[in-house]
Design a protein around this ligand. Sequence first.
Ligand code: ADP
Length: 186
Amino acid sequence: MRIILLGPPGSGKGTQAALLKERLSVPHISTGDLLRAAVKAGTPLGLKAKAAMDAGELVSDELVLGLIEERLGQADIGGGYILDGFPRNLVQAEALDTLLDRLGQPVEKALELTVDEEQIVRRLAKRAAEEGRSDDTEEVVRNRLSVYHQQTAPVTGYYADRNLLIRVDGMGSIEEINQRLVDALR
Ligand code: ADP
């Protein structure tokens, strides 16, 4: 199964992707995770990405597309994939389509987790306390949400236009939401 997970920061994409990955036995590819690993390893790409990440802005399309192209070029995506945190704007969505067409692995479903804003802010504050992610401070969270509304929300329309979008209620327990996603994939 070839899936994209969409939804605002804090909507639970990472948590749900980890569960779906086990269930579907396909790799979970998160651009946020790939970028954080690059920052931690101190690679040139990581050094270039860090300032944007810490400010809650999008990392440049050039860097992210290079990263995703390299990752999707690996053999393990032959059985499918779960993309999380990508594409995050329309330029990335179009570039992804081109890349996946070339690989013969087009997207089958785009699942959007919908969560109300109040819940998001609460979840991210909790994660900040637990994980200490440097971009989970209140000001940066607010900026990430505004970037989401301006740049990423139109991506759901892109997949809706292609009849690939399924909206899934992202409110409730982790298990409940997982079950809704599994049902949506049937
Ligand atoms: P969240 O789901 O909480 O927004 P992510 O782990 O997906 O967190 O992303 C963290 C940060 O990494 C983003 O705020 C952004 O700076 C950067 N990032 C991740 N994916 C992309 C992408 N596809 N394009 C540009 N920047 C990205």
